[in-house]
Ligand binder design. Structure first.
Ligand SMILES: [Zn+2]
Ligand SMILES: [Zn+2]
Length: 142
């Protein structure tokens, strides 16, 4: 879980990746926009202002790497629309995804946390995490 540049640096180092200036800028944008669930294109448009040398392909590749390393998670609406956010243990939440306007809403509910405990007991399974996404139409799109 990367919650600072220092965390990211150590995650990258553990996996034999360097903290390049481009990776630094992209992480910075993700940190500054927590809760925004930006798309790669949106991230690119912010990144570009800080480092005009970064191309969209680099942003895609970096996000892919970040997802692989568990630094970010991807919210997929369809082939053409993906949004990204930093993985965070402290800020545990789930997502409601509008398939029409690609809006993301966050929620958390104790029922889900209790459900996890019950499941663990029932199947004698040690659950370490869960990710729940609901797809549908937001209020404006219904
Ligand atoms: Zn979120
Ligand atoms: Zn909507």
């Amino acid at each position: 879980m990367a919650n600072s540049l220092k965390d990211l640096k150590s995650i990258l180092a553990e996996n034999n990746y360097k903290l390049t200036s481009q990776r630094k800028v992209i992480l910075g944008v993700l940190l500054e926009n927590k809760g925004e669930h930006l798309s790669a294109e949106e991230i690119y448009s912010i990144v570009k202002q800080e480092d005009p040398g970064i191309g969209l392909a680099t942003v895609y590749r970096t996000l892919e790497l970040f997802c692989e390393l568990g630094i970010t998670q991807q919210l997929t609406f369809d082939e053409t629309c993906r949004r990204y956010e930093l993985e965070s243990e402290e800020d545990h939440h789930h997502h409601l995804l509008c398939v029409k306007c690609s809006k993301v809403m966050e929620f958390n509910d104790q029922i889900l946390e209790d459900f996890e405990k019950d499941l663990g007991k029932k199947y004698n399974f040690k659950v370490t995490e869960h990710k729940i996404k609901f797809y549908g139409y937001c209020e404006e799109c219904q």
